[in-house]
Design a protein around this ligand. Structure first.
Ligand code: NAD
Ligand code: DAU
Length: 356
């Protein structure tokens, strides 16, 4: 007879950047939990992010699309899912400007499909373990002026198709709590950085370009501000919220770490010159100012005091340490970077799963 697990958790988007860190943390830390990683493996999903844990007894990968409601219902029934950590999404703002509908489909329709499936399944086999944990972003709050922080009470004011789709999904999650008493929790996090980050986002794109002596595109004047958090600290916050949060609540996650884009890139250039043994100033000479992003939010900054005070979470790494650690990871994982930039990683699923 197979092992009996304490919980069976569906993690969606577990082959992506943040999802892979959450899957790894849960698989390793909780051998008595069964982790079902459901991912469509879009361009952003990469099973090579999880090679170190893919053979663990408490880990199962399921390829599928959250837009497909029949398939989602079947996953809930087949695996007797008792809780969900929902990360699957289209996540890149620039792509949402070119193709908004894809964001509506995955981020809004996909989330509602999951909510419906949870509601149906947990109506049939209700348990005190049931929890629908929705992972969201600080971008739903819009943009800040020179001062102030986003709190859980800040009104929603999204500006990009991406943030509008995430805001919509958050509203649906809250509506299912109010209307159907589905046990839900939401967290809204600031910009993440770290290993396995797809090189279309500012930090990994710049690392890759610097490595290859290609230009570093800075939108507008480079004066926009983001609040950066090391991805493993986001994963640890998700662990704490999953286990300790009161249902119906929202928590902001952030590291109190605001950086103007151009200052961040200059710091990265200094680190890269040192690591690559290049004369100081080599990487900075690659900085190129380009046309601004449409609807570009000026400043994000998170107040995470509720999470720190009520659930006892705090970030573990200072930004300078985290950035250096991230650079080291990219330089030590050239093969990963080469595969994602060439598209070779898209064959990984066939090699790992279909060929068996
Ligand atoms: P990502 O783009 O790296 O990964 C998304 C994952 O979702 C991929 O593995 C992809 O294959 C999967 N996916 C996409 N569409 C799917 C579909 N229709 N069905 C099933 N799987 C699908 O994203 P990320 O940066 O890891 O972000 C994860 C979550 O965290 C998202 O919900 C995002 O909005 C949120 N978030 C991200 C950040 C950040 O800085 N990256 C910050 C706050 C919140
Ligand atoms: O705040 C959380 C959000 O952070 C998440 O919800 C998103 O999924 C995630 O992608 C991220 O969104 P941003 O738009 O802030 O991240 P990005 O890395 O795309 O851009 C960071 C900043 O750098 C932003 O001000 C735009 C700028 N930028 C970005 C790129 C890709 C550049 O100047 N040049 C670039 O080439």
């Amino acid at each position: 007879m197979g092992k009996l697990f304490d919980r069976t958790i569906l993690i969606t988007g577990g082959a992506g950047f943040i999802g892979s860190h959450v899957v790894r943390l849960f698989v390793k830390k909780y051998p008595d939990y069964r982790i079902i990683n459901l991912d469509k493996l879009t361009y952003a999903g990469n099973l090579a992010n999880l090679t170190d844990i893919s053979h663990e007894a408490n880990y199962t990968f399921v390829k599928g699309d959250i837009i497909d409601s029949e398939f989602i219902n079947k996953v809930f029934l087949d695996y007797k899912i008792d809780s969900v950590i929902h990360l699957a999404a289209e996540s890149h703002v620039d792509r949402s400007i070119t193709n908004p509908l894809e964001f509506v489909m995955t981020n809004v329709v996909g989330t509602v499909n999951l909510l419906n499936a949870a509601r149906k399944a947990w109506g049939d086999f209700k348990s005190d373990k049931n929890l629908f944990y929705h992972i969201s972003t600080d971008e739903v709050y819009g943009t800040l002026g020179e001062t102030g922080l986003f709190t859980e009470e800040t009104p929603y004011d999204p500006h990009s198709p991406y943030s509008a789709s995430k805001a919509s999904s958050d509203h649906f999650v809250r509506a299912y709590f109010d209307t159907y008493k589905l046990p839900v929790v939401i967290s809204n996090c600031s910009n993440n950085y770290g290993s396995f980050h797809f090189p279309e986002k500012l930090i990994p794109l710049s690392i890759n370009n610097i490595k290859n002596m290609k230009s570093i595109p800075i939108y507008g004047k480079g004066e926009n501000i983001r609040d950066w958090l090391f991805v493993e600290d986001h994963a640890s916050a998700i662990d704490v919220i999953f286990h300790k949060a009161k249902t119906g609540e929202t928590y902001n996650i952030g590291g109190n770490n605001e950086w103007k884009n151009i200052d961040l890139i200059n710091l990265l250039c200094t680190i890269m010159d040192k690591k690559l043994n290049r004369p100081q100033g080599t990487s900075a000479s690659l900085i190129t100012y380009v046309k601004d992003r449409a609807g570009h939010d000026m400043r994000y900054a998170i107040d995470s005091s509720k999470l720190q005070r009520e659930l006892g979470w705090s970030p573990s790494l200072k930004f300078e340490q985290g950035l250096e650690k991230t650079v080291d990871w990219y330089l030590a994982n050239e093969e990963w970077l080469k595969n994602v930039t060439s598209g070779e990683y898209l064959k990984f699923y066939e090699q790992q799963y279909v060929a068996r």
